[in-house]
Design a protein around this ligand. Structure first.
Ligand code: AMP
Length: 309
């Protein structure tokens, strides 16, 4: 199937208890595209970078069959820059710098040959831009998923809620779910958020896994217990890219298949955090991914032999 992804392609500078990077390549769109590239889909990206963005990375995306015709390169302008610092628990972070640069006036132009996309993943971007993308598609995709972050809740809550009302799946973390709903209990939060519009809600809980809500059904997937988490940046986007990449490649949007998609996303995210930035995702193979998925299956699989009498 075809998967259209929209998301930032960026420079990041990251600080964790393990070390610090200078400007490295990041961006939600980059992580999504790299993760979704593990699945057999036609993958198209809409994004924007400045003249300073390395061509080599664009070639890396092309090598992975990501169509970048919709990735605008703005002459004389600078690429979006984000910098963050993780706390010791690695589950929370502070944003140090957000320089919107080319994202400030981003006009998400959809190339004609991208029209008719079966699946759409809206990476974390301004909710106005996310809505514009939906409005510019001549045919509504079979499934629309979106990610967002506290940054937009702080400055554009009304627009954000409007965009959320237009999608099928919202993918956010626990802190964001609490902020968006005003509820501490994630079960209560899930009801408030789904009342805005989306049929499905995925709440990511970092090292504590992810929850999928639909109707009265809930599915929980663990995160793989890792000895060392080096850098969580992009784990959420990688999760979303794996989730949608899997759904699109299987062309099955049943709740049962969404469970498998969540495991795929979680497995890819578990690789992402093992090195700084996109480094680990760039080097793993499909065989590595399959092995890790088996680890996930083993992690939660058990047989109940003694019935309660
Ligand atoms: P994650 O760790 O999954 O939340 O995503 C981190 C990525 O999001 C980084 O690579 C950043 O470049 C990107 N990012 C951070 N803030 C924004 C923003 N306001 N708009 C778009 N992308 C962002």
């Amino acid at each position: 199937m075809s998967l259209l992804t929209v998301g930032s392609v960026a420079f990041d500078a990251i600080e964790t208890p393990f070390g610090k990077t200078d400007k490295i390549i990041g961006g939600a769109g980059t992580y999504i595209a790299l993760a979704a590239a593990f699945y057999n889909n036609e993958q198209n990206i809409v994004s924007v970078v400045g003249e300073d963005f390395p061509e080599e990375m664009l070639n890396q995306l092309k090598d992975r069959n990501v169509n970048i015709d919709g990735l605008q390169i703005k002459k004389g302008e600078k690429t979006f820059f984000w910098s963050g610092k993780y706390h010791n628990d690695m589950n929370s972070r502070d944003t140090l710098v957000t320089e919107l640069n080319v994202l400030e006036h981003f006009d998400p132009i959809i190339p004609e040959h991208y029209q008719g996309a079966d699946f759409l993943l809206l990476g974390n971007l301004s909710p106005q831009v996310q809505a514009q993308v939906i409005e510019r598609l001549t045919v509504r995709p079979k499934l629309i998923a979106m990610d967002t972050m506290n940054f937009w809740m702080d400055i554009a809550m009304d627009d954000l809620k409007k965009t959320i009302s237009m999608v099928d799946i919202l993918i956010i973390n626990d802190e964001e779910a609490r902020q968006l709903s005003g509820e501490y209990s994630l079960v209560k939060a899930s009801k408030v958020i789904r009342a805005i519009g989306p049929k499905y809600l995925i709440i990511k809980k970092g090292e504590h896994g992810a929850l999928l809500f639909e109707g009265d059904r809930v599915f929980f997937a663990p995160a793989l217990p890792l000895e060392e988490v080096f850098d969580p940046t992009g784990a959420g986007d990688t999760f979303a890219g794996g989730f949608m990449g899997y759904l699109a490649s299987t062309n099955d949007i049943s709740f049962e298949n969404m469970k498998r998609a969540i495991i795929n996303g979680s497995a890819l995210a578990s690789f992402c955090v093992e090195k700084f930035g996109t480094e680990r995702l760039m080097t793993i193979t499909k065989a590595d991914l399959e092995k890790r998925i088996e680890q996930f299956v083993a992690l939660t699989n058990f047989e109940m032999v003694h019935a309660i009498s």
